[in-house]
Design a protein around this ligand. Structure first.
Ligand code: UDP
Ligand code: MG
Length: 350
């Protein structure tokens, strides 16, 4: 590395001429050697499906996918990620895989959650376009060609919008509130952040990192990396088989995760910007209050012991200093972190 830096421009050019250059697209999209397939084996569309105990839906889903993907006339692959199912889901998937080599199955040892399952599917996907959908038949595979068409209009991500949502009211109302809050705070103009149906260009899924329960915020993570997000209204169906895997706790967790997303993506590299701002505002408010009381005492001889506001002022000063110190500590910790890959490059012209 250091030698390369010391090279003169002329030498660098000579060396470049000698060395065969990798194709630009491969370089930028960060494909691993495993993913560099020959053109004949190129996959145009990868469909990634996370699932947990969906034995009832899988056979129907497989039929629907076959007819939709077959009619698209593009080389495809389907990646099922079995997130530790305890029913017969894996058996069904094994049979599907035996009959069709375009079907890949990854089975997790236990239930790790939808985000992990998706992340794993993304890691394995080789298609130029990657589409995700839920396995419970609530997402209609017939929407896949529509999403791909929309993506080709020039977006990096197209997110489905379950405009007519076929779920109980206990889910739809909190979900509206959730989407409204996320839209308001992030400024991303889409209506349904957590729709299972989404289409991505490959470089998006290789860039964003999802873990925990961050799958709810994929459009946010992608937007903050500078990717263009589109939205398309999709059909939503009632759950016929099995039951939902996310209980009422989902909304509480969703809001907590939102705070995590904001912290980790916006302020992780600059903690002082957040804590320092709060600290300074608190400190100066307290300082002004106490200064005012002191001046009054000085001029009017009003005893400070009669002014409860004095304590509030002190409190604000102390809290302010503490926030500031937390921010500085955060900066020190942040310095030691590996901040690689926190940006994504669109093009390089050399
Ligand atoms: N899922 C998963 N792991 C989990 C929970 C869910 O892979 O721990 C899958 C599930 O099988 C389904 C999708 O994620 O394919 C969406 O889950 P669900 O239908 O329960 O969510 P809802 O539609 O109620 O939001
Ligand atoms: Mg569902």
């Amino acid at each position: 590395m250091t030698e390369e830096k010391k090279e003169t421009p002329q030498k660098k050019q000579q060396r470049r001429r000698r060395r065969p250059q990798p194709k630009r697209s491969q370089q930028q999209e960060g494909k691993s050697p495993v993913n560099q397939k020959s053109d004949t084996k190129r996959v145009a569309v990868s469909v990634v499906i996370p699932l947990f105990n969906e034995e009832g839906s899988l056979p129907v889903l497989a039929d629907e996918l076959k007819s939709v993907l077959g009619s698209m006339g593009m080389p495809y692959e389907i990646i099922y990620v079995d997130d530790g199912s305890t029913d017969d889901s894996f058996k069904i998937l094994r049979d599907l895989h035996k009959k069709n080599k375009r079907i890949k199955v990854i089975r997790l040892r236990k239930n790790f959650g939808k985000s992990t399952a998706l992340a794993l599917g993304f890691q394995q996907a080789t298609g130029d376009i990657v589409v995700t959908l839920d396995a419970d038949l609530q997402d209609d595979p017939a929407e896949i060609p529509n999403l791909v068409k929309e993506l080709k209009k020039g977006y990096d991500v197209v997110s489905g919008w379950k405009k007519r949502r076929r779920d109980p009211i206990t889910k739809t109302i909190p979900s509206k509130l959730f989407n409204y809050t996320v839209r308001l705070i992030t400024g991303i103009k889409i209506h349904d952040f957590n729709c299972g149906l989404k289409a991505y260009r490959q470089n998006v899924i290789k860039t964003i990192k999802i873990y925990g329960e961050l799958h709810r915020f994929i459009p946010v993570l992608a937007h903050w990396q500078g990717f263009g997000i589109g939205e398309l209204i999709v059909q939503h169906r009632k759950r016929k088989f099995g039951k939902t895997k996310f209980g009422i706790t989902r909304f509480m967790k969703g809001f907590l995760d939102f705070i995590t997303v904001i912290f980790t993506t916006r302020f992780a590299a600059r903690p002082l910007h957040l804590f320092g701002t709060i600290g300074l505002v608190s400190f100066f408010t307290g300082f002004i209050i106490d200064a005012y009381l002191t001046i009054q005492w000085f001029l009017g001889n009003i005893a400070l012991s009669n002014r409860p506001l004095l304590l509030a002022g002190f409190l604000l000063i102390i809290v302010g200093v503490q926030f500031f110190a937390i921010g500085l500590l955060g900066e020190m910790i942040s310095r030691g972190q590996n901040r690689e890959n926190e940006y994504s490059i669109r093009d390089i012209l050399e």
